[in-house]
Design a protein around this ligand. Sequence first.
Ligand code: ASP
Length: 442
Amino acid sequence: MTAEAERSAAEGNTAGHGKLQWRILIGFVLGLATGLLTYTFAPGAEWVGTVVTYVTGPIGQIFLRLLFMLVIPLLFSALVVGIAEMGEIRALKAIGIRTLVYTVIVSSIAVAISIAAVNIIRPGDGVDPVAAAELLEQGGEGAASIVEASANSGAGVNQLINIVPSNVISAMSNNDILAVMFFALFFGIGLLVVQTPHTQTLKNGIEGIFEVAMKLIGFVIQLAPIAIFCFMFNLSAQFGWDLLAKLAAFVAVVLLALGIQMFGVFPLLLKFIARKSPAAFFRETREASLMAFSTASSNATLPTALRVADSELKLPPRIARFVLTIGATANQNGTAMFEGVTVLFLAQFFGVELTLADQVFVMIVCILAGIGTAGVPGGSLPVVALILAGVNVPPEGIGLILGVDRFLDMCRTTLNVVGDLVAAQVISATSADEAGPEIAGT
Ligand code: ASP
């Protein structure tokens, strides 16, 4: 990016940034409070359903669709330009390998923590059978369609093959993010090795797409406070706290495991490897956390994460873009942890004894699943159904946790997004030589 373009993008990105954070927080708190009041004083009232169906539900959906609409152009252009700006294959290789090694190691730590927590606390042994039967019945149809979708998605080798798209347009139209990422990586490498005046023009054009997408997302994000009000209202007005209480032990174990990763592992990585104050990091990434928590989607939060990396953490753009765009789908610590806890919880609940070998299988699958799960709300659920079937636990059991999934999704997505930003910070700090003079100055 030219110095001037970079400056103008940064200016555009930071304009009104501070105020927006507060507006988002206000939307969040007001939505939650209004929803809980409604749930307390008018539980199950008909008008609540009407408001959710015709007002707050559609507003939230339109906001998410506006973001998703811009995700493919943003993801493609950010990744292609990120790679092309590495300057040479050697730098790309070094940063790519670091990103991969980081993802595998940190995801393994995450999954190990979650599996240890479920084995020690054993939340599946303590569920009240009457409440469980009720929940399973309520989950009925939703669970059946998730199980069916996961069975149709084809496991193992096929999923691996599908990462390579045979038709990039259909991959884009099916929102097949991993396949689009593969194409973008491949295209970026092409652009890196063919350096002619024509490819320079093409690179400038793709960079233009990135700048336009970021600008448009900046407009859409202005709606975030209203949309987030709606998300929180929908959730709390319909469900209150009841469901959380019924599955308290399960919810507590998921939160405990996520908390250890967020406030134990991440600060250690930041302090000792990235040499960054964890308190400052959490403060500077607040907006991305809030966005992730409210939308429950890493992909929808990608633009905010890119902006935060740029204007708050001041990371070198080529590394931040590369790590964050790949990480939004491939580095999902929270998702991997949630999948591990849920599978073992349901196995305990249904009395299926998992041997050590089974647990190691679950662990490996969860690490890979963290890479393959779509960064959209509820992206984990078909993956959980798939793993359950693999270890002979009834996949319909997923119905048991559907009612609390949205809340846990919000929490795990926050960890996913913060984890990507930690990765970007750590990889930037350890790649000073590959990133050229830009890093040296930051
Ligand atoms: N909602 C998560 C995300 O977007 C994926 C999942 O775990 O369901 O990161």
